[in-house]
Write a protein of this length. Structure first.
Length: 137
C-alpha cells in the first residue's frame, strides 16, 4: 500500500562557480529508477492546475527548473503539500499517489522524469476509482 510519506524531496547535485551553476541527474542514490520518458509543463495560466490523476506503477521525479509550483500528494488516507521552487531539489512521487499541481508562478517550467513511457492503462483519471484501488488492504 502506498503512503504519502514515501513522496519526498530529493537533493540534486549542484556545482557552482563564477560562471553559474550546473545540476545533473544520473542513476544512483539520487535517481533510483531508469528514465524512460521526460516531459515538462509550462505556460500554465494563472489559477491553472495540472495533474489530478494517479498512476498504478509509474515513478516520477518532478523538478521546478524555473519558477515555482505546489504539488499535493494524496494516498487516499493522507495528503501532503510540497512546494517546488529550486532546480537543485526534486520531488519523488511513488506509484499509487494522486497528484495535483497548482499555484504555478508565471514563467514556471516543471520538468518530470518518468520511470516508463506513456501508457494510458497506468492512469487513474477518476478519484473514486483511485480510492477504491488505493484503499484495498
Amino acid at each position: 500500500m502506498a503512503d504519502v510519506a514515501d513522496c519526498r524531496f530529493v537533493p540534486i547535485p549542484k556545482i557552482s562557480d563564477e560562471r553559474g551553476s550546473l545540476s545533473f541527474l544520473q542513476p544512483g542514490p539520487v535517481l533510483q529508477f531508469d528514465i524512460r520518458r521526460v516531459y515538462y509543463l509550462y505556460d500554465v495560466p494563472p489559477g491553472g492546475e495540472r495533474g489530478a490523476h494517479g498512476h498504478r506503477a509509474l515513478r516520477q521525479l518532478m523538478i521546478a527548473v524555473s519558477g515555482s509550483l505546489e504539488v499535493e500528494c494524496d494516498d487516499g488516507r493522507h495528503r501532503k503539500m510540497f512546494r517546488l521552487d529550486s532546480p537543485d531539489r526534486g520531488l519523488y512521487v511513488c506509484p499509487m499517489i494522486w497528484r495535483r499541481l497548482s499555484n504555478f508562478r508565471t514563467g514556471t517550467v516543471c520538468m518530470v522524469l518518468a520511470s516508463d513511457v506513456y501508457d494510458e492503462k497506468d492512469y487513474f483519471r477518476n478519484y473514486g476509482d483511485f480510492l477504491s484501488e488505493a484503499l484495498k488492504a
